[in-house]
Design a protein around this ligand. Structure first.
Ligand SMILES: [Mn+2]
Length: 357
């Protein structure tokens, strides 16, 4: 076991001991990857006070044995499933992840173990994951750097007449040809009036002169996500587009320059929102300022107007204010950063001044 996983497991154990459970059944894939260093579907991870188990079937046993030598491997078979193993383990109280289990899965466990021996937990491993270790920060940095390279590739790729879908496909091709295992979410690549949709879906619209282009995209490198957004202009930009762009840029820079550990997420959101409200566009900035990124594309903390969480050192956060004018156009600029006590370390380096291709 690497020092990283050992450390992570002991922090998870502290949390569940604090809840009075004797073990934790981990069913959420990202949480499994976090404690085992290995990601796959069709796994069960069980941590007890002293032991750690991975249960899987013959399709995966060899890989798991190679990757996770410090876990006890339990092979599931047709007549020997999770509930059989847990019944043998006979923990007085087993914690389970209530957001990551179906009612059917719960019923099967409850029928075998009894409801009294099951205790639902919420966000337990996630609360450990929110603070990133050195290795995670380094990996997220590599994923973000690939995002920067993808953005500069796209700047030289756009031509009049290409469609949103073709552009989204080019982004995916670039990522996968350069070391990403997959996209961290469906790419948003939209042109012209579509840019007023914060999460518009790429379609068959061709690019024409005078369009804004918004690209919100990210990839997964060694299980960790990246996320960034840039809006650029194609051919030309109107005075109104330039003005709105400058306001979003100023708001985004206020976040980049002002965020630091110790501040509440609400205060962090305010940094950007104040600039947009002061310019009279508050009604056109409907979403939160940002979110954490790690094994999942959206995770804690939430940088929003109603979030009481406090930013801590080595959390990740996106800074992504936007202004969206219905039927006209929208602008969003997003970076991904690591929170420190003195500010942030921005992992996205692409230019932010308005680019007119
Ligand atoms: Mn984002």
């Amino acid at each position: 076991m690497t020092n990283n996983t050992e450390n992570r497991i002991s922090r998870v154990r502290e949390r569940f001991a604090g809840l009075g459970v004797d073990g934790l059944l981990i069913t959420k894939q990202e949480n499994q990857a976090y404690v085992t260093g290995f990601s796959s579907d069709d796994l069960f991870v069980i941590l007890t006070e002293k032991e750690q188990y991975i249960m899987t079937d013959s399709r995966y046993t060899e890989t798991v044995a190679d990757h996770c030598p410090d876990f006890r491997l339990v092979e599931s078979k047709k007549d020997y499933g999770l509930s059989d193993f847990l019944a043998e383990l006979a923990l007085p109280v087993l914690g389970y992840e209530q957001e990551a289990m179906t009612v059917g899965e719960y019923r099967r466990l409850a029928d075998k173990l009894g409801e009294k021996r099951l205790s639902g937990t919420s966000g337990l491993v996630e609360s450990v994951r929110v603070i990133k270790d050195e290795r995670e920060i380094e990996t997220i940095g590599r994923a973000a750097a690939l995002g920067d390279r993808c953005f500069s590739h796209m700047l030289s790729w756009f031509r009049e007449g290409v469609t949103e879908r073709e552009a989204a496909l080019e982004i995916e091709m670039f990522f996968k040809s350069n070391g990403a295992s997959r996209l961290s979410f469906d790419t948003i690549c939209i042109f012209g009036p579509h840019t007023s949709l914060p999460h518009g879906v790429p379609g068959e619209t061709p690019l024409k002169k005078g369009d804004l282009i918004t690209m919100d995209f990210g990839c997964v490198v060694d299980d960790y996500c990246s996320d960034m957004t840039r809006t650029i202009a194609f051919g030309s930009a109107t005075e109104e587009q330039k003005e709105v762009y400058q306001i979003v840029l100023e708001a985004q820079l206020a976040g980049v320059n002002g965020l630091k550990a110790g501040m509440t997420c609400r205060e962090g959101d305010r940094l950007c929102r104040d600039v947009i409200e002061a310019a009279g566009y508050g009604a056109y900035f409907g979403h939160g300022t940002g979110h954490g990124v790690g094994l999942e594309i959206h995770e804690a903390p939430t940088l929003g107007p109603r979030s009481d969480e406090t930013l801590q050192e080595n959390m990740t956060v996106t800074i992504e204010p936007g202004i969206y004018l219905p039927k006209k156009f929208g602008v969003r600029i997003e970076d991904l950063a690591i929170v420190t006590s003195f500010g942030i370390m921005n992992k996205v380096c692409s230019a932010k001044e308005l680019i007119i291709l």
